[in-house]
Design a binder for this molecule. Structure first.
Ligand code: GRF
Length: 189
């Protein structure tokens, strides 16, 4: 059984799709939800789905091995970032080489990096008069939104697009593709 930890800082709509996708799987278990915010919606989703969750202490996360040890003690084999806003410390990346993936709500390498999340991304894409945006699922390395791309999906940007309407299109792409891409990565495809 591959045990997966999902890291999230927000609503957790992606985490919910992932939980639903693997419910009943006999090869993949969403074993832990890890949040950087004590009031994140994802914690309620964890609770509703009887999945253990932890809330990270930022100092310990950044400067100790406490969470690496915890994840390894829990037998976590793979980490999925689904709206996790902190940079992953290199100690965690070293402990999980090519075993941490992230979803970004734009077409990397453009519109990525520190501070490029949520509506900031969509505002920048629209301001640049891009004709399309989309999602990028990629491996996580020491830099924000920088690791090798695994998958991208695209959507058009209309003349009257707003950050909210684009966010909606992007969320639909995320929910449609992220769980299946995770499954393919975990199956070694
Ligand atoms: C998603 O847009 C994802 O691309 C980004 O953070 C957002 C998370 O949304 N990394 P949710 O918390 O899964 O609803």
């Amino acid at each position: 059984m591959i045990k997966v930890a999902v890291f999230a800082s927000g609503k957790g709509s992606n985490a919910l799709q992932i939980i639903r996708h693997f419910k009943g799987s006999n090869t993949v278990k969403i074993a832990l939800i890890v949040s950087s915010k004590k009031d994140a919606g994802v914690l309620e989703i964890a609770n509703d789905n009887n999945i253990p969750s932890i809330i990270l202490d930022k100092t310990a996360f950044v400067s100790t091995n406490e969470y690496v040890d915890l994840l390894q003690k829990e037998g976590i084999n793979f980490i999925v970032l689904a709206g996790f806003l902190w940079k992953v410390p290199s100690s965690l990346i070293k402990a999980y080489p090519q075993k941490i993936i992230n979803i970004h709500p734009a077409l990397l390498p453009n519109y990525g990096g520190k501070g490029m999340y949520g509506h900031f991304v969509h505002e920048a894409v629209i301001a640049a008069k891009e004709k399309q945006s989309g999602i990028t699922i990629h491996y996580v390395d020491e830099l924000y939104d920088h690791g090798a791309t695994i998958f991208q999906a695209f959507c058009d940007i209309s003349e009257t697009e707003t950050p909210d309407t684009l966010a909606e299109k992007i969320h639909l792409l995320e929910h449609a593709y992220f769980p299946g891409v995770i499954e393919k990565v975990l199956s070694g495809d």
